[in-house]
Design a protein around this ligand. Structure first.
Ligand code: ZN
Length: 320
């Protein structure tokens, strides 16, 4: 049994089709345009974002969010995951018309229930939406900085990487860093190595979401290894979004061989027909990693986790 950890998963993107359909019944909403035969359907990144939003819009109260985070964490714990970081979005709370506080409290309640039942440790990473623009990311950072929560330990940015320049978002990330939050951002997924380099220069993260396209630039690969920037790799997501044609083309093992700390994550699991369990299976079956090497990847994730040192020590001890 390989113990697992996940540091890159979008909470709303982790809602299973079954849970989304049950929420759709609750709110009397037709989801046949995004779910077919129990599976999310979309064809490209733009449609994927639409599908994601359609599912996310069915979580509308603190109770809904407690159910969502509890359900996902219980699923993870069943697959021997001991630690989870989930991206949350206060912009989403605003969009559905509940307060940021209710949204966060609901998620925290689900985390509490899952931990009580399974022992799984979890934290939230607040995120700004890149396609919402720099002002919205700054606003999200200011909210979290002004309303600290013990389970919100990081700040990041997701959304459409093709929009805006990393330097436009520096003010928001400065606010988050000054508030003591760990910093990560999506880069080098849909856009090439320049997006990773610019993110390092202006956003100054300790981790990069994806970052796989750094492989196209040997100098950048060396920089990531020298600075020990952790990559939150999500191979199943990359194949699903056609960043690479197949696992044989995926640079995970090359990045790892170059000395960059790499981790395995599910991103938006049911949308990409994956799970954290499947990502570790991809590690074993497609990349040839042994159980010892997979456990090392879990160790890398926990070392990079946005968590207090006492909790980190306890988590690492479980791997020994
Ligand atoms: Zn992501």
């Amino acid at each position: 049994m390989v113990l697992k950890a996940e540091i890159h998963c979008h909470l709303e993107g982790a809602a299973s089709p079954a849970l989304v359909e049950s929420q759709a019944r609750k709110y009397n909403v037709d989801v046949s345009n995004i779910i077919s035969n129990g599976v999310f359907v979309w064809n490209d990144f733009t449609q994927f974002l639409k599908c994601y939003d359609g599912a996310a819009n069915l979580f509308r109260s603190a109770d809904d969010y407690a159910l969502l985070s509890e359900t996902y964490l219980n699923e993870l714990a069943d697959d021997d995951c001991i630690y989870s970081e989930m991206f949350i979005s206060t912009d989403h709370a605003r969009a559905i018309g509940i307060s940021e506080q209710d949204y966060i409290d609901g998620i925290a309640e689900g985390m509490r229930r899952a931990k009580e039942k399974t022992g799984i440790e979890a934290r939230m990473i607040a995120t700004g939406l890149r396609h919402g623009g720099p002002e919205s990311v700054l606003r999200a950072a200011k909210y979290i900085a002004g309303n600290p929560h013990p389970l919100i330990t990081g700040f990041g940015m997701g959304g459409d990487e093709r929009m805006h320049h990393p330097k436009d978002f520096a003010p928001g990330f400065d606010v988050a860093r000054d508030a003591g939050l760990g910093i990560t951002t999506h880069a080098g997924e849909l856009v090439g190595p320049q997006s990773v380099r610019d993110s390092l220069d202006y956003i100054k993260p300790s981790r990069i979401g994806h970052g796989v396209r750094a492989i196209e630039d040997p100098d950048l690969v060396k920089r990531l290894a020298d600075e020990q920037i952790v990559l939150e790799c999500c191979p199943g997501s990359n194949i699903s979004l056609k960043v690479y044609d197949g696992f044989e083309d995926h640079p995970f093992m090359a990045l790892r061989a170059a000395g960059i700390p790499v981790t395995l994550n599910s991103d938006d699991p049911p949308h990409f027909h994956t799970s954290l369990k499947r990502e570790y299976e991809i590690g074993a079956n497609e990349f040839g990693l042994s159980d010892v090497e997979l456990t090392q990847i879990t160790r890398t994730a926990i070392k990079a986790a946005f968590v207090d040192e006492e909790t980190r020590k306890q988590l690492l001890a479980k791997l020994d």
